[in-house]
Structure formats: structure tokens, C-alpha cells
Write a protein that binds this ligand. Sequence first.
Ligand code: AMP
Length: 498
Amino acid sequence: MCGFFGVVGSENSACHEIYEALISLQHRGQDAAGIVTHDDRFHLKKGNGLVRDVFRLKNMERLTGSSGIGQVRYPTFGGSTTEDAQPFVVNYPYGIAMAHNGNVTNGEEVKNWLSSQKRTILHSSCDVELILFTLAVELSEIGDLQPDSESVFAALKKVLERVQGAYSVATLISQFGMVAFRDPNGIRPMVMGSRENSDGTLSWACSSENIPLEILGYKNVEMIKAGEAVIFLPGKDPIRKQLVQRAHNPCIFEHVYFARPDSIIDDVSVYEARRNLGKQLANRWNERGLKADVVIPVPDSACTSASTMAQHIGVEYREGLVKNRYIGRTFIMPGQGDRTSGVRRKLNSIRSEFEGKDVLLVDDSVVRGTTSRQIVDLARAAGARKVFFASCSPPVQFPCVYGVDMSTRAELIAREKSEEQIAEAIGADAMIYQPISSLRKALKDAGSELHYCAACFDGEYPTPEVTAETLSAIEACRLGEQEKLKEESAEDMSPSRG
Ligand code: AMP
């Protein structure tokens, strides 16, 4: 999952606005950050690390212009090299810059098609290049030196037909404007909004979440629809077009884990959805007839649900685990070894909240089980008598092919295991999961009529190209990437022979 923000017509410097936006989207990726702005040409700065580490004042001064896009990156699989940092810029058939959030599921097919066009050479393993070059080729077919809105829409329609998967994209076309578009199933989120400048003109922005728009004073914030493209030309009203019509299946995991609780995604409050998850999980707990002295959340994503759950089961909610906020999400570190030590560095316990008590730990999800196993150990080391573990989401049983880091079935702890077996594997006295029907109900009760993509829980992938066969091929490719990474890190660790 990544985060991006794009703006046209900013009366302040676009770069400063984007910087602020990326800081507020940092939870969506801590691996790399980048900004490209445009005046009479593109100005780009990107690199590995947090937003505050990538940008210095001198970089910002160079990024001039009233329009631009920025991105924070979270790698889903593969390496995390600087070449993969976004945005990407091409000069063919004219300047185009692009940033995205998502994952292409027919990458090999698109690569083959692009190489048959003999007009492009890919420089990275980042999916956005596939979308960018496909758009570049389609625009070049039109042949004009300067595109108009209709030709851009026509080219984008072809992109949406050719490139499968889940993606929200912000792109800048030199001497034209900004274009935002969302995959046909609207799996990845995107919103837009406007702000009045002091001279009465409007600046327009698009973003993965509404938070930066709120912080920067944008109004009339609304979602960009599944399969829709929006063209933002400086000083004009946006032009919107529905390019492909399919069912809208947004990612349910945004509500479970990814988005900030103060976000509204596809018109649904993440906070409300998480409160409902807690309420539903309380029902499950009561059904199981278990008893605890205290409910302790795994900070941060689980806090909202855990406090609601505690209220509904009539058990005290206590913050027994303290998170060090100054290290990135441990999940993001490559290699299981790094991940393990990271969890312990990230969380510490308050002994008095555990000692001699039956403790119910609540987390948003259990994926590989690494985090939960260590947290259970932490709870026992802090003197807990019994340790129960509850997951606000159902067992993760299938890999996400749409941009969340759950790469292969083999590494998912819940795969082919009962709640009892999972409890044993993580060392808990009992384990409870949210049933999938309750997860869907939580979203419905928060006001959504949409049928969410919950493929990681139920294996129902909403895009037609994902079949049992393609899923296995995607997994095989990911395993290959993981092997390569292991070899590379082993080489890095070996003593220098020089
Ligand atoms: P695991 O240790 O693999 O079971 O990971 C589960 C923990 O990581 C939970 O505490 C979640 O809050 C968090 N988490 C779940 N999914 C993701 C993800 N895709 N990226 C980063 N962190 C995640």
C-alpha cells in the first residue's frame, strides 16, 4: 500500500503543499518518498526513507512550480531500491510524471506488450512504470504534439483495459495538467477536492486519503469513482469521465489496518468501521464464553476496536503495551529476521497491567503470526496468568495481489489451521477471529452498501484475470523475488574479500 497526493494551481509552492501532504500520509509507506513538480519542465527529487529524511530545504527550493505529485512508498514484494521510488518521469511522447498506489496483476503480459512496441525500456521493478509506459505508448498513437482531454480519456481507457489489477494513479502531463484515475473495481482508494486561492481561482488536489486535503484546507472532498478518470486543467473545472463500468469493490483491509482512523474512505468513516469491528468481535467473544480481567490493544490500528470491544464485554480497557513511535512499521523490513527483532524494539509492556491477570490482547490482524507470537511472549514475561488473543479481522488465508504485503499462502499462519491450532502456534490460551460475515456487517453498519474486496480472507478476487492459475504464477514469482532478496542480503553480510 502506498500513498500519493497531487495538486494543480497551487498558489503556494506545490512542493511545500505536497511535502505536508506526504507527512500526513506517512503511515501508508515508510520505504521511500518522492516529489515531482512542474513549471516549464519537471523537477524531481526522490529517495529511500521517511519524508523528513528524503527532503532538505535545498531540495525543496529546487522543486518549483504550482503543480506536482508526490508519493510515499511501501514495497509489497521485491526489493526496495532507490530505482523503485516514485514518482516516475518520461519524456516520451512528451513529459509525463506518474505516482500510484496499487499492484498490477498481469505485469508479464504488459511487459511483453511494451517490448513488442519497441519504444520503451523499463528501468525498475515498480508497477507504476508499466502503467506510465502503457499510457505513453497509447498517447503517442494519437500523434498530436499536445493532447486534448478527449484523446487523454481515449488513451486512459486503453490503459484500464490493458493493465489489470488494482491501482489509483495521479499523473502530470507537461503543458496540459493533472489526471487522476482509479482501477475499474476501485480497489485502491482516491479522493479529490478544491480550495479557493486568494485571487479567486481554485487549486485542485487528489489523494489516497482525505486527511491531507483536510489539513491543507481543501473543501468539497469527494471520492473518485471506480473506473473513473478526472482531468484537472489549471484555472478550469475538472472534467470527469467514467471510462470503465464494473462493480465497485474497495479493499476492506484499508478499514481494518491501513488507513488512519480519521479517514473517510469511499464515504465510510474508518473510525466508525473500526468501532463496529470491536462491537462484532465482542459478540464472538461472548459466544465463546471466555473471561478476561483486562483488554489490552496492540497499538495503534487496533485501539479503536479494542476499546469498543472492552466496553461491550464489560471488561476494563488498559494500555498495557507501549509503542515506540519513532521506528517504522516492522512489517516493512525485508526478511523475517529483521521483522522479528523489530517487533520487540517497537513494543514494550507495562508490567502492572499484566501481572497475575487473564489478559485479552486485541490486534487488527494476524498475518504471518510473527507479531502475535512475540506479543504473547511479552505478555507472559510481564506476568500474565492467561493470554487470549483476538483478531479484529478474519483469518488471513490468501495472498493479496492488489498491493498489501501478504505475499504467499505458505507464509500465512492461518492457512489450513483451526483457531485452536493457531492459538497453540502463537502460544496463546485461546484465539478468536472476527467471522467474515461480521466484518462485512461492520462496514454495512458504518453506512456502506459496497461489496468490499476481502480476497485475503475469502479468496474471492474481484478482478477477472486472477484465477487459481494466475494466483499460483504470482506466488511463484514472489517466492523467486524473496529468494533473490535472501541471497542479496547474505552477500551483503559476508565479509569483504577486497
Ligand atoms: P504478522 O506478524 O505477520 O502476523 O503481522 C500482523 C501485524 O502486522 C499486525 O499487528 C498488523 O497490525 C500488522 N499488519 C498487518 N498487515 C500488514 C501489512 N500489510 N503491512 C504492514 N503491517 C501489517
